[in-house]
Structure formats: C-alpha cells, structure tokens
Design a protein. Structure first.
Length: 386
C-alpha cells in the first residue's frame, strides 16, 4: 500500500512539473510566434531601414551586391488634403513606382484595374476604409491639395487631380484610412524647400539591422540612416515588455518547481522513515542512504523534463490547428486584425530557449532535491523503529 502511494506521489510530481514545463514552452512559442508575425507584417509595410540622401544613387549598384540586400524602393512622402464632393480629410501621400506598390500591398487588393491609365492624372491606390468614407471606387477622380514652396519662399497650396486605380486592405487602420499611394513621380514637383530623396530598404536579416546601418554610413557622410528600431520605438518597447513578462513567467515557473519537488520528496522521506532506520541499524552508510534518494531525485528531474517537452511540443503543434478551426468555423479570434494586420499566427520554438528551460529546470530541481535527500541521513534510528 505504501509503495503504491509512493509511486503515485512520484508520478504526480512528474506530471505536475512536466505540465508546468510544457505550459512554459507553449507560452514562449506563442509569444515568439506573435512577435515574429507583428514584426514581419509591420516591417514589410514600413521597411527595415530608411536612407535619406541626394547622392545615394551613386552607391546603389554596390549596395545591391551586399549579402544582406533584398530590395529597395525610392519613395516620396507628402502630407495633403483629400477632397471629393463635399468631404475632406488629411491624408499621407507616398509616391513610388508600381512595382514598389505591388510589393508592399502584395495580395491585399480589394479591387484593382491595371488597365486604367491616365496621361493627365496620376494613378493612386487608396485604402478600403478611406474609399468607403469618401464613396470611392476604381476609376473615381479625386482632388488632392498639397503644400508647395514658391520661388519667394512663400508657401502655397497646390492642387493635384488623380484617378483611383486600385483599393487595398492591408489590415492596419492607419494605412487603410489615411494613406494613399501615388504611382510615378507626380509628387516630385511639390516641395517645401530643401528635401532629401528617401529610400526604403528591405533585408532578410532584420535582427542585424544595426550592422547594416553602419555599413551604409561608411559609404558616405551625406547618407542619413534610420533603422526600424529608431523609427518604431514603441515596437521595441513592446518587445522589451514581452521579455519582462517572459522573465516573470520563468521566475514563477522556478518557484512552482521548487515547491512541488520539495513537497514531494519530503513526503517520500517521511513515509520511508522506518525503512531508513532499518538500513541504518544494519550498518548502511550515509552515502548509501543519500544515494537512494539522489537517484530518485534524478529520475524525477529527468522524467519531469521529458514529460514537459512532450506536453509543450504537443500543445505547440495543436494550437494553430485548433485556433484555425475555431476562427474559420465560429469566427472567434484573440487578435484584432485591424490593429495588427493579421488574425492568425503560428507558434515559433527557439531551440536556445528550449535548451535554457530544460537546463534551468534540471539544475534547479537537482539542487533542491539533492539537498533534501541529504536530510534522510538525519532520521533518528530509535524514533524511526518505534
């Protein structure tokens, strides 16, 4: 009966600690997957790096040969007022070629007509929310008003007539309601004085963006470089907050492991007081008694980690499938698509974090359990036999 109770205590300990490890692994995978999806989505629209320079064309050919280079787009950003019938609104204009526009929007078109061409008016691409607010459709003509600097340094408001060539839905409220892509070089003639040309760069290694920025700056002192970390400080703060939450999770997990493993081994020792006293009476050394519980500690530690890995990997595998099923069939989602530009994401397991969890778990449990195992040598023979 006592052996059954002891085995039940051991397996309950392994399962409870394993479930904690598995939950931690799944939580980290979800946080990493969400962070990666947010980063990829935002940086695909805003770019990984902005370079301002009027002499940058001379260095483009050498930069395209760099191993980190993926793509660059020459853009021209302006502020304007959109007017259509009796409606007006301030908007942000981004001038670029059609290839750059298609790269940013990709398959997020609601409606697009590549056959619309205009020799008089430039073609613009409008967000869905902005189009709905103004009643715009493909082929609609609108009027934009832009500030422009005159020869005598005075500012005037210059009109620009344009025709809608497509409507997109990127999923970001700030883009879908406030941004208009102007195809071609129509915005180049509007200026507020001395302005530098702007280039947006993309790379496959955004985590090394600081080194890439240094590489660009070495080409010329006339290049002003801004990385995505500098342009989006709130995004960096969000990821820092995520790391703090991660540290809290790990701290709580370690405390739970300490409490569970300590309580379980104390129960096993208290149930084995009579057996320990008999071993001492027959001449068993302290090391021999310690070894019995040390091996048990090793079994609990390894068993808990293996159980935790199995649970964590299983939950990580099942989560996107269950979440996708619920989202498609019932419409429930835990991500606001208009805020992040996506409603589904996939967990991401980082093997260095997985190794850290296993290593920390094993070391913490072994240190605690072996220390408690030494307490078995303090059992009094007379009290134990009585």
């Amino acid at each position: 009966m006592r052996n059954k109770r002891s085995r039940r205590v051991i397996w309950t300990t392994i399962l409870s600690i394993g479930f904690s490890i598995g939950t931690l692994i799944t939580s980290l995978a979800l946080m990493n997957g969400f962070q990666g999806s947010v980063l990829n989505r935002i940086l695909h629209i805003y770019g990984h790096m902005d370079v301002y320079s009027n002499t940058f064309e001379n260095d483009i050919s050498s930069i395209t040969k760099k191993p980190w280079y993926k793509k660059h787009i020459r853009i021209n950003e302006k502020q304007a007022i959109l007017s259509h019938y009796n409606e007006t609104q301030g908007v942000k204009l981004i001038g670029m070629n059609s290839d750059g526009c298609n790269y940013i929007i990709q398959n997020k078109w609601v409606n697009k007509n590549d056959n619309i061409k205009s020799t008089t008016y430039p073609i613009i691409m409008v967000g869905q929310k902005l189009a709905q607010a103004f009643g715009l459709s493909v082929g609609s003509e609108v009027k934009l008003f832009l500030p422009n600097s005159l020869a005598n340094n005075q500012i005037s408001i210059a009109p620009l007539n344009a025709k809608v060539g497509g409507i997109f839905k990127l999923g970001f409220h700030s883009f879908d309601k406030n941004v208009i892509f102007v195809i071609g070089n129509a915005l180049d003639k509007y200026s507020l004085g001395f302005e530098q040309k702007q280039y947006v760069f993309y790379t496959d290694t955004p985590d090394q963006i600081d080194k890439i920025a240094t590489d660009i700056k070495k080409l010329s002192n006339n290049h002003s470089v801004w990385t995505w970390k500098e342009i989006n400080p709130s995004l960096k703060q969000m990821f820092n907050m995520q790391n703090i939450i991660l540290a809290v999770f790990i701290g709580m997990f370690i405390i739970c492991c300490m409490m569970q493993s300590t309580n379980s081994l104390w129960m096993l020792i208290s149930e084995r007081v009579h057996d320990i006293s008999l071993l001492k009476a027959f001449g068993a050394s302290n090391f021999q008694i310690f070894s019995l519980f040390a091996y048990l500690s090793l079994f609990i530690s390894i068993g808990s980690i293996m159980c935790g890995l199995s649970i964590g990997l299983l939950l990580t595998y099942l989560f996107p499938r269950v979440y996708t099923f619920i989202h498609k069939n019932y419409g429930y989602t835990m991500i606001h698509e208009e805020s992040f530009g996506f409603s589904e994401f996939y967990p991401k397991i980082i093997y260095s974090e997985l190794f850290m969890i296993c290593a920390v778990s094993f070391v913490v449990m072994m240190l605690i359990l072996t220390k408690i195992a030494k307490q078995a040598n303090n059992v009094d023979i007379i009290q134990g036999l009585n």
